[in-house]
Design a protein around this ligand. Structure first.
Ligand SMILES: Nc1ncnc2c1ncn2[C@@H]1O[C@H](COP(=O)(O)OP(=O)(O)OP(=O)(O)O)[C@@H](O)[C@H]1O
Length: 364
């Protein structure tokens, strides 16, 4: 994916960077759960924390906000230590999934609340709030109470409230999750524009890979309290390193040992690739690269041929996704017509072929 929005050359996580921005190692203990993640970002970066349920994304965000204490590590923002700074004194703005607007205050007063808390006079705070609402396209809703606002409008008020304090760190916790699909598209596009103009560090927690890919320059994938992979959205989509990420980006992924053009997959068969590698490797291919046959194909030019059994079928847009077990567990996408012609049903035996040129191997 190309990011035309903002330069990413500011080297997230690169050694020797300037003191500006975020440099954190967040160690948090919550009962049996331990979070230990390192996050660094330069001003202007948008970092998305992505991961399965319970991975620790929200805990990381709460630690950045000062809402849960660090059991270890450090938290520096623009060179200043924040570990012991109480949440209300941190130069941090937070936007939650469910907006958390004050129900008894108008949109304008909700936004003015931030600058007021930071010492602005009432008139100044209201003037700044009016300017923010204008920027968000909400000027005509300034007097409305939150219950009169749509979900998308309320979320924009919450964003204006966070930005009005000029935070050096903006935290967004699933900011689009509560919105319906149509509103989500609009708010995502607007949020993208506001984040592009935002000069400081933004950290976004999301379950949705599309939000992460559209909004962030840098993805940090957390599983079980640890960072399992980080990089640009394009890197991660091309070179997933865990099953969770492969599933997220819709690829079949295997780990094994490469010898030349063959990768011996752990616990099973060989996948032939066009890359020439030696040693521990990943090999991946898209479900759409798989061709299914009811009989073992004779004379197929595909270098990869596996005998499988249909474990399940699901519709997936205008395609059918077949989950296959057998020599190599894999997902295959085929058209509804092809699925009908093959008479695919759970339990059926099928032969799967994949051309070497449609696989992609890379060092593990
Ligand atoms: N107050 C708490 N006390 C003890 N454990 C907690 C508490 N809050 C969360 N946890 C545990 O911390 C772990 C991480 O939770 P967290 O909410 O950070 O994950 P997450 O990645 O944000 O998940 P989700 O996507 O489901 O929101 C989980 O195992 C959870 O059970």
């Amino acid at each position: 994916m190309t990011d035309t929005r903002k330069s990413t050359q500011n080297a997230v996580g690169a050694p020797g960077r300037a003191a500006d921005g975020l440099a954190a190692r967040l160690v948090v203990e919550r009962g049996a759960f331990r979070l230990d993640v390192t996050l660094t970002a330069a001003p202007g970066d948008v970092v998305a924390l992505l991961g399965p349920n319970g991975a620790g994304k929200t805990t990381a965000l709460r630690a950045l906000a000062g809402l849960v204490p660090l059991a270890g590590g450090h938290l520096r923002l623009d060179g200043a230590e924040l570990d012991r700074t109480p949440p209300e004194s941190r130069p941090v703005g937070v936007v939650f999934q469910d907006y958390l607007l004050f129900p008894h205050l108008s949109a304008l007063d909700n936004v003015a609340f931030g600058p007021r808390c930071h010492g602005a006079s009432r008139a100044e705070a209201r003037a700044q709030a009016a300017a923010w609402l204008e920027r968000m396209g909400l000027a005509e809703h300034a007097a409305a109470k939150p219950r009169r606002l749509s979900g998308g409008q309320a979320q924009r008020v919450a964003l204006a409230r966070a930005l009005a304090t000029h935070p050096r760190l903006l935290l967004l916790d699933e900011p689009l999750a509560a919105l319906d699909a149509r509103t989500r598209l609009d708010v995502r596009a607007q949020l993208r524009r506001h984040l592009a103009d935002f000069e400081a560090v933004a950290v976004l927690v999301t379950h949705d890979p599309l939000d992460a890919m559209v909004l962030a320059d840098h993805l940090v994938v957390i599983e079980d309290g640890r960072v399992v992979q980080e990089g640009t959205p394009a890197d991660i989509a091309r070179h997933p390193r865990t099953d969770y990420i492969a599933h997220l980006v819709g690829l079949n992924l295997y780990r094994g040992q490469a010898r030349g053009h063959a990768v011996q997959v752990d616990g099973g068969c060989v996948v032939t690739t066009t890359e020439d590698l030696t040693g521990p490797a990943f090999v991946a291919f898209a479900p759409g690269a798989v061709t299914l046959h009811r009989e073992r194909p004779a004379g197929s030019s595909a270098r990869n041929l596996w005998r499988c059994e249909v474990a399940g079928l699901q519709s997936h847009g205008d395609q059918i996704r077949a989950d296959l077990t057998g020599e190599l567990p894999l997902a295959a996408d085929l058209t509804t017509v092809a699925a009908a012609e093959l008479d695919l049903r759970p339990g059926a035996t099928v032969w799967a072929t994949v051309k070497a040129a449609q696989t992609h191997a890379y060092p593990a």
